[in-house]
Structure formats: C-alpha cells, structure tokens
Design a protein around this ligand. Structure first.
Ligand code: GRG
Length: 298
C-alpha cells in the first residue's frame, strides 16, 4: 500500500465505524426502515465526500475527528441520492456498491422511505456538532449546514437530477451535459470541500481557490465515471458497465469519444491540483489523493 491508499483506507475505516453507530438501536415497530437505511449506508462505497471534507479540515490544522458527524451527514445525503436514483421510476438499477439495490431487497416503498430518512436525519447528525463545538464556532456550523442544504437541494443535486430526468431520451449538447453534472454530481463534492473550509473559518481567497479546485475535481470525476461505464471492470465497480449506452444517455465519451474524454479528464485534474498548489504545502495530501482518485479504475 502507498501512503495515499493507506490514508484513504484509514479514513474510510474511521467514517464507517461512526456510520455504523448512527441509526442503532433500531426501534420497534419501525425497525424495517432503519434496516433499509443501514443496508445502503453500510454497503461500502469509496466515501469520497466525507474523505474530502476531513482532509480539507486537516489542511487547515483542525482536528478532523471532532467533525466526524458532519462527514457522516454528507455520506448519508449521498447514499439517499443513490437509493432514489436506482428506483424503477429513475434509473431502474439492480446493483449498487456490489449489492442488490435497496428496492430489490426492501421493496420500492421502503427504498423511498429509506432515502427520505437518510436525507432528513443527515441534518440532525450534522447539527449534533452544536453540542461539542465551541460556542464561538456555532455561526460557522450554521453557515456550513446552509451550504450543504443548498447543494443537496434547490441549487444542486436535486435540480441537476430534475434536469437530467427531463432530458431522458434526448441528445444533449456538451454545455447541457456539463450543466447537469455541475449540479447533480459536482454540487455535493463542492459542499463537502467548502463546508470544511467554512468550519475552519478559511479566508475568502482560500475559499475561492477551493471552489476552483472542487469544480474541476467534479468535472474530472464525472468524465472518469462516464469512461468507466464504457471500459471499466464490473467486479471492481460493483455495478454493471454499459448502463449509459443501454439507457441512451448522453455522456462525455458519447459526445467527445474516449480519447478526447481522457484528455478532458487529465486537463480538469491538472486545473484542480493547480488551484491546490496555490494554497501551499498544507494541501499536498489533498492534491495527492486527488491524483489518486482521478486515476482510479474502480
Ligand atoms: C435522487 C435527488 C436525487 C439525486 C440523485 C447523485 C445522483 C443524483 C445520482 C447518482 C447517479 C450517478 C451514477 C451519478 C454519476 C456520478 C456519481 C455520483 C457516482 C456515484 O458516486 P461514487 O462513485 O459512489 O462516489 P460510491 O458508491 O463510491 O459512494
């Protein structure tokens, strides 16, 4: 293992240990919806959003472990979006994170409820930091939660998904595709990075460099996700490949071809790490994990 993969594994372990405690014990008579929530929440996944969040806090010399509930809240929102995206009314997928999708195990009714539960409870979990943070930091906590709320909802993932659903079956231009990705995928990555910077009371110029970083991170991540849907290994990805073509989805490879898509991912990655280099040596770890994540084949 390299230092980067060791770091990523240690953060995944840290996050998963906390995630495993959030919903337990399951209260009767509603235990089934708790089981459905935990089924997807504890099914693995790369945990990228909470890892980015914790890594930015460390770059600002904060004790990241103190903010673990906030990190878990981000993963709960991400997991809700995957459960709902897999539903028959949306992408109608059978496999996610190497397991049957939530509705295949618990039924559509409980999959909808599990998503609703994860989204709602994520805000309770993030706000639980009010009990442990210094009183002087509570305004930062509110600003960070406000950022996440917009990114998950009306200025982010929800609106991106709405535009994506409405575009089904249509050929999109590159600009339309970029709009969908910016909101559907990019916004929650953005909030994960910027919420950490807000909690660390970062300066406006640091926040704008991090915005530049994470916007390009999101673009590169999405291009790679599209490329892997064409050439990836199902066993490593934990989901079927070829689903974009099957669903007639416009993707980077369908517009640009594989080679140009690869080039676009490489230049977005370079723009992301350039922005980090302007923030100085404390962001070297974030830069290293960015290069690692964006060179993924999993
Ligand atoms: C239901 C409002 C609502 C939104 C759903 C994020 C999303 C919007 C749908 C997911 C569909 C999808 C495959 C998007 C492409 C990029 C993406 C978010 C991939 C999944 O994220 P990873 O790779 O997944 O971080 P893991 O499983 O590792 O957490």
């Amino acid at each position: 293992m390299t230092a980067v993969t060791e770091y990523l594994q240690s953060q995944k372990d840290l996050i998963e240990a906390k995630l495993a405690t959030i919903l337990k014990p399951y209260p009767e008579p509603a235990a089934r919806v708790f089981q459905a929530m935990d089924y997807s929440l504890l099914a693995g996944g790369k945990r990228l959003r909470p890892i980015l969040f914790l890594t930015v806090l460390r770059a600002f010399h904060k004790k990241a472990e103190d903010y673990l509930p906030f990190a878990c809240g981000l993963e709960m929102i991400h997991t809700y979006s995957l459960i709902h995206d897999d539903l028959p009314a949306m992408d109608d997928d059978d496999l996610r994170r190497g397991h049957l999708t939530n509705h295949k195990v618990f039924g559509e009714d409980f999959a909808i409820l599990a998503g609703d539960g994860l989204l709602t409870h994520s805000f309770f979990v993030m706000l639980s930091l009010r009990k442990t943070l210094p009183v002087a930091d509570l305004a930062l906590l509110l600003a960070a939660v406000e950022k996440v709320s917009l990114a998950a909802g009306l200025q982010g993932m929800l609106t991106g998904q709405a535009v994506d659903v409405a575009a089904e079956g249509k050929d999109l231009s590159l600009a339309e595709l970029q709009y969908i990705h910016k909101y559907k995928t990019g916004a929650l990555f953005g909030a994960s990075v910027i919420a950490a910077a807000i909690l660390a009371d970062a300066k406006p110029e640091e926040i704008s460099l991090l915005e530049e970083y994470v916007e390009n991170f999101g673009v590169a991540f999405q291009i790679i996700d599209d490329i892997l849907d064409v050439v990836g290994d199902e066993a490593k990805l934990g989901k079927p490949v070829g689903s974009d073509e099957k669903n007639h989805k416009t993707t980077y490879p369908s517009i640009l071809g594989l080679e140009e898509s690869r080039k676009a991912a490489i230049s977005a990655t370079a723009r992301a790490t350039d922005a980090l280099s302007k923030l100085g040596g404390d962001f070297k770890l974030l830069s290293d994990i960015t290069n690692h994540i964006l060179n993924r084949d999993f």
